[in-house]
Design a protein around this ligand. Structure first.
Ligand SMILES: [Zn+2]
Length: 195
């Protein structure tokens, strides 16, 4: 169901998560009956379901709905795709940009589908390294292009707000398949995204 809007929340999950948030907020020393907090457990439960909705979505189906035969065989780049995810070690956000390129081999994909599959994989508990690989493999295995490249640059709240408290560090991950394993092709892509 790739196009289902996320307005209907699962009542049972919402209720279970809400009750747990209520006890977590108490354990952290707050008064859950305070005016501003009364509805917080329910809001948090819905927010977390929204932020992890990628588990219920199928990225392969999303790509397959918009693949077209086409003879164009030069590099296609979608850069600066906004990305928001949750680090699976601390359940804190990491966010930044993804840059994706591929070289078609007889078929192209609707450009809006690339940001969509970034969202599907990002809206799960993640590490940036696996997120990069999953986007790469999904495009490679489904579209079967001559090559595909993914670069992700992200800031991690678990580094910025806690731990080492490095506010300005950006983590970069990248992966390359097919033609992009050649140094010239890879360098052309990196140059075009300004790296
Ligand atoms: Zn973390």
């Amino acid at each position: 169901m790739p196009y289902k809007s996320f307005e209907e929340y699962n009542m049972k999950v919402t209720d279970d998560v809400k009750n747990r948030y209520e006890s977590i907020i108490k354990d952290l020393g707050e008064d859950t009956q305070r005016e501003g907090l009364v509805k917080t457990p329910e809001r948090a439960a819905k927010a977390m379901q929204f932020l992890t909705q990628g588990y219920d979505q199928d990225p392969v189906e999303i790509l397959k709905t918009a693949m077209f035969k086409e003879s164009y065989n030069e590099m296609v780049i979608v850069k600066d795709i906004e990305l928001y995810s949750l680090c699976e070690h601390h359940i804190l956000p990491f966010f930044g940009k993804a840059h994706i390129a591929y070289i078609p081999d007889g078929q192209i994909v609707g450009l809006s589908k690339l940001p969509r599959i970034v969202d599907v994989f990002a809206r799960r508990l993640q590490v940036q390294e696996r997120l990069t690989e999953q986007i790469l493999d999904c495009i490679n295995d489904t579209l079967k292009p001559q090559g595909v490249a993914v670069v992700i640059e992200a800031s991690h709240m678990c580094m910025m707000m806690r731990g080492v408290q490095k506010q300005n560090s950006i983590t970069t991950t990248s992966g390359f398949r097919g033609q992009f394993e050649k140094i010239e092709t890879r360098n052309e892509f990196l140059k075009l995204i300004g790296k």
